[in-house]
Design a protein around this ligand. Structure first.
Ligand code: UD1
Length: 351
């Protein structure tokens, strides 16, 4: 099939590009080459052309004869300051809206959208008699080292996997932009009788991940610390749970979603199915890198969620997708994997 891939020069997009080409698909690969992600004056890599998804004429030119769009272009990270809001809104939300309108003009009826587990906010907690979805943790609790969510009785609550039917509760600028992208895509699918599969990625890591920046995920931050001969610094008590999914599995999920349209709007968690704690992530990386052991600092970042663990069951049932790389194998490999040579600079801009 002929696929338009946006964000094709990025960490995830470049893996999807290779996976699609290896599966015999024709890929029209585009990327804006944002300085915040690729550095100042970066030129597109071979096989990728520069394109801003907010440019309707440019989209009309590349969408001719396209069977499906794989939309990975986005400003990522959690948002460092309120000044980042226009960049998330412009690139992620206006960009998606312009793309959807252009897809309609081109009669292109299938979209695979990069979404994120951040749409769920705090995740889901086991309580009796019903599962419980808490609000943000209080600063007073965090300051006194009480990191777990607690039941009204004061008992600490443990996580339970969240599924796609959960309400969306964005907590960051990035999360807000991902929820809006999903909502625009859902409305478009209904209005145009099209199909959208929104892949809610969990914590992605792997070869060619960007180095340590304020917008990087924790695996790259730990990896960069170890490379510099320092200990990974683990926040809270290190027992916060996540699901780390390898970028090659993310690419495989995208290929599956592109070739199996699910009507009309289907959100799917894309996770390894093997949750780990952040302390375990630091230990696996430090051990595999023969680096300094992790330090659990007790610090916290405001806006961080305690646990977020998703059920990968629906992706398996509907798409036949199961991740093949466990975090234990994948993170040990990642300890020695190459990181991106070019580093992004500064905060994302939007004009
Ligand atoms: C991350 C991404 C989010 C993405 C999601 C799913 C970032 C900033 N967040 O969310 O955009 O949608 O995965 O792929 O990219 N931590 C430490 N030490 C550090 C830094 C972080 O212990 O030096 C801890 C944090 O407190 C948190 C955990 O590691 O508990 C995970 O942090 P992070 O990688 O930023 O990601 P998520 O919030 O899970």
């Amino acid at each position: 099939m002929r696929v338009l891939l946006t964000g094709a020069a990025g960490f995830i997009g470049s893996h999807i590009h290779r996976a699609l080409a290896a599966a015999g698909h024709e890929v029209i690969a585009v990327d804006l080459m944002l300085p915040a992600a690729h550095g100042v004056d970066a030129t597109p890599p071979p096989g990728v052309r520069r394109l801003d998804v907010r440019d309707p004429e440019a989209l009309d030119a590349v969408l001719r004869g396209i069977d499906a769009v794989c939309h990975q272009a986005a400003v990522v990270g959690a948002g460092v300051s309120a000044q980042d809001a226009p960049a998330y809104a412009a690139h992620n939300d206006l960009g998606t809206a312009v793309l959807l309108a252009a897809m309609d003009r081109a009669h292109c009826r299938h979209l695979v959208l990069a979404s994120s587990m951040v749409v769920y906010g705090e995740g889901r907690y086991r309580d009796t008699p019903i599962d419980f979805i808490p609000g943000p943790r209080s600063r007073a609790d965090l300051d006194s080292g009480l990191f777990d969510h607690r039941a009204p009785t004061g008992e600490p609550l443990d996580w339970t996997p969240i599924d796609e039917s959960a309400a969306l509760r964005p907590r960051s600028l990035y999360a807000a932009s991902k929820v809006a992208q999903e909502h625009y895509a859902l409305a478009w699918a209904t209005a145009t009788a099209s199909t959208v599969t929104a892949l809610r990625y969990h914590n992605v890591y792997g070869d060619d991940m960007p180095r340590d920046t304020p917008y990087s995920g924790v695996a790259a931050i730990f990896r960069s610390a170890l490379e510099a001969g320092e200990s990974p610094r683990v926040f809270e008590d290190g027992r916060q749970a996540r699901d780390f999914v390898h970028v090659r599995d993310i690419a495989a999920a995208n290929v599956a979603a592109l070739t199996h349209p699910l009507a009309p709007f289907t959100p799917l968690n894309i996770a390894s199915g093997h949750p780990v704690t952040i302390g375990e992530v630091a230990t696996i990386l430090a051990t595999a890198a023969h680096g300094k052991p992790p330090v659990v600092t007790g610090d916290y970042r405001s806006g961080d969620v305690r646990h977020i663990v998703a059920s990968p069951e629906k992706a398996h049932r509907t798409l036949g997708f199961t991740a093949t790389i466990t975090p234990q194998q994948g993170l040990a490999e990642f300890a020695h994997a190459p990181l991106r040579a070019a580093a992004g600079v500064g905060a994302p801009t939007w004009r």
